[in-house]
Design a protein around this ligand. Structure first.
Ligand SMILES: Cc1cc2nc3c(=O)[nH]c(=O)nc-3n(C[C@H](O)[C@H](O)[C@H](O)COP(=O)(O)OP(=O)(O)OC[C@H]3O[C@@H](n4cnc5c(N)ncnc54)[C@H](O)[C@@H]3O)c2cc1C
Length: 360
């Protein structure tokens, strides 16, 4: 290939395609862009969920939505309404189809699949969320379609905070996921037995078919990465700080960045880094992580208390990076004060260890 490009995107995954999609919306004013992607074909390889807060980008693509959810702990079931901020689910094949169609219809963008470029390895201090998900389809009908289980804590798992996440998409179909917040790295395969045991409970031990499987390890914690000292080169996506430190949620953060970066490229011919979170959100996230690291089992209690003492809108806004100062104070007031206060010295020690990299 002997062509000139204004922009080369290495990796046409969520971040790469999102940026190219935003650029494609500029029509003729789109910079000449090449995307180099290792995979040959795009499949339904992951599922993105987010709260319907402040018109999330690609909201209209999400075919599934829930207005109620539950949190389960120690055989107690707490149910909440999220009518004001429904929980949305977007399967990746729909996202890929939509973004690829927009990208392919702009002649200024070229996608090269099945090509790998040698990538740079970055040193990180991150905590991980290994997660193992199965989408199961059943012969019977044990799922209640509008009953989303956001967190069903597994008190038998002692090496971290573990929970089941069950997203029923019909009466006979659901995406069921086993997630662990832990400092130790578990492979998704190590979690499969626990997931299968839980699926047995959710399916009332009826026979079922596994339609699809998702696995992943997400970085949590310090999500700062040293960018190369070159304004024409930028790390983006999950490994450049896209994931929210306390939850691993990244999809909407990637969308916001790609929209802003596309405008910056069009107007000023410059790349744009991920925006830093506010200092207050950063400290709250790291305090939360410190508490869970010290005592993973307490994590379940914290989530139960949070939803019990705080309205869902405030929690959804906070999780979606849209909370006001007063909403953040409400979150703080709803959490067990002593637990969090006792974690502050450890947080300060880890801040020193990280050389202040959790500063906002
Ligand atoms: C199973 C799973 C479920 C998730 N669920 C959620 C969720 O519900 N909500 C949420 O907000 N976030 C979620 N995330 C986190 C995050 O949104 C996704 O990981 C997202 O895909 C990250 O986007 P990315 O562009 O950084 O990485 P990717 O989407 O993985 O894209 C990277 C791309 O680069 C390509 N590539 C890599 N190396 C090279 C190379 N050398 N040359 C060429 N191409 C290369 C890869 O093939 C890939 O297509 C989930 C992640 C996983 C793994």
């Amino acid at each position: 290939m002997n062509q000139h490009f204004d922009l080369v995107i290495i990796g046409g995954g969520c971040a790469g395609l999102s940026l190219a999609y935003q650029l494609s919306q500029f029509g003729e004013n789109c910079p000449k862009t090449l995307i180099i992607e290792e995979r040959e074909v795009y499949t339904n390889d992951r599922t993105w969920c987010f709260w319907d807060v402040k018109e999330p980008i690609h909201r209209d693509l999400a075919p599934f939505k829930w207005n109620t959810f539950s949190i389960k702990n120690n055989h107690k079931d707490f149910e909440y309404s999220c009518n004001e901020t429904p929980y949305l689910m977007l399967p990746s094949d729909i996202f890929y189809k939509n973004t690829l169609s927009a990208i392919n219809s702009n002649k200024k963008i070229q996608l090269l699949t099945g090509e790998k470029l040698v990538d740079k390895v970055t040193k990180r201090d991150a905590w991980h969320i290994p997660t193992s998900k199965y989408e199961v389809e059943l012969d019977g009908a044990p799922f209640v379609e509008d009953k989303l289980v956001l967190m069903d804590f597994d008190s038998n798992f002692k090496e971290g905070l573990a929970f089941i996440y069950c997203l029923p998409t019909s009466n006979s179909r659901a995406l069921i996921e086993y997630t662990v917040f832990s400092e130790d790295l578990f492979t998704a395969d190590q979690l499969t037995d626990r997931l299968l045991e839980k699926i047995g409970i959710y399916t009332q031990n009826k026979s079922y078919t596994i339609i699809r499987q998702e696995k992943g390890i997400l970085p949590m914690g310090n999500n700062h990465i040293e960018q190369i000292d070159d304004p024409t080169y930028l790390f983006a996506g999950l490994f450049a700080g896209a994931a929210r430190p306390s939850s691993g949620y990244a999809f909407q953060r990637i969308q916001t960045w790609s929209k802003d970066c596309a405008v910056e490229l069009k107007n000023n011919h410059q790349l744009m880094k991920f925006k830093k979170d506010s200092w207050m959100q950063t400290w709250m996230d790291f305090l939360f992580i410190t508490v869970i690291k010290k005592n993973p089992i307490i994590g379940a209690k914290i989530f139960v208390e949070l939803f019990k003492n705080c309205d869902v809108r405030t929690v959804a806004d906070f999780m979606s990076d849209h909370s006001s100062f007063w909403q953040k104070l409400k979150i703080i007031a709803s959490l067990p004060a002593l637990t969090f206060l006792s974690a502050i010295p450890e947080l300060i020690r880890s801040k020193r260890r990280l050389g202040g990299s959790i500063d906002a």
